[in-house]
Design a protein around this ligand. Sequence first.
Ligand code: NDP
Length: 279
Amino acid sequence: MPKIIDGKKISQEIKDELKEKVAHLKKQGTEIALAVIQVGEDPASSVYVRNKKRACEYIGIKSVAYEVPEATTQEELLEIIHKCNENPEINGILVQLPLPKHIDEDTVIKAIAPEKDVDGFHPQSVGAMTIGEPGFLPCTPAGIIQLLKRSGIEIEGKECVIVGRSNIVGKPMALLLLRENGTVTICHSRTKDLREVTKRADILVVAIGKPKFIDETYVKEGAVVIDVGIHRNENNKLCGDVDYDKVAPHTTAITPVPGGVGPMTIAMLMNNCVESALM
Ligand code: NDP
């Protein structure tokens, strides 16, 4: 039987540790505030924003909401970010993605002051991560490292294969696994013979964005499988990029969807907020 990596439990542990830290900081007179900016009313984004605000409340971080209409211009959004950059009472700034099509995401990400970039998407944060300097780490890959470590899964010396090379998951995942001394391979849509590469993995991280794409034919017997994908299937049930029922029996450990990687992303965002107050 594989070990089911319980992201809900591990994320709760992290949130409880952070709650204690925040209470301690409060006693010393340090309050932490996160600006949460949402443009428009995309239902999925609204759920994510609500969950982030709830996590803030649980930990003792003040969340300052900016919920602005879909028609907000790029200049208006940049002005809000600028004000938050300048406001000493705000430690972290989060702009919920995706943004409406008339707004350029890269310009918005670059407008956030790097010392308040709790999502870890600013080029300065990415550069710092790449050369191993202090800075904010992107939440999903940082959460996956925590899942592995807190589940007692050794990374050092392991063959780590990542399927997907996005800026928010695949590429930073590769850098963080490398930092932990894994031997890292990244696959993408132009990879020749994907199965041959994924079957080498001791640790397989799947962030491909296609429901149940990875079945047992892609997985080495006894591998650890981390599923980053989130989708709703035909019955409106959540599923991942991995076909869990087919793959799980061939693994030593696997993350479920829901309850695997998802909860870790918010826990690591909270971790970055706490760190932002200590910088
Ligand atoms: P993207 O769509 O940005 O990237 C998908 C990657 O998969 C691309 O690099 C693409 O390659 C690669 N790919 C697509 N098809 C194939 C294929 N047939 N063979 C090999 N590689 C392929 O996705 P994200 O990284 O943003 O997200 C991935 C998944 O994770 C999504 O389901 C998303 O919803 C989920 N997600 C979950 C989070 C969480 O908190 N749990 C957080 C963020 C994302 P190429 O570059 O060549 O196009």
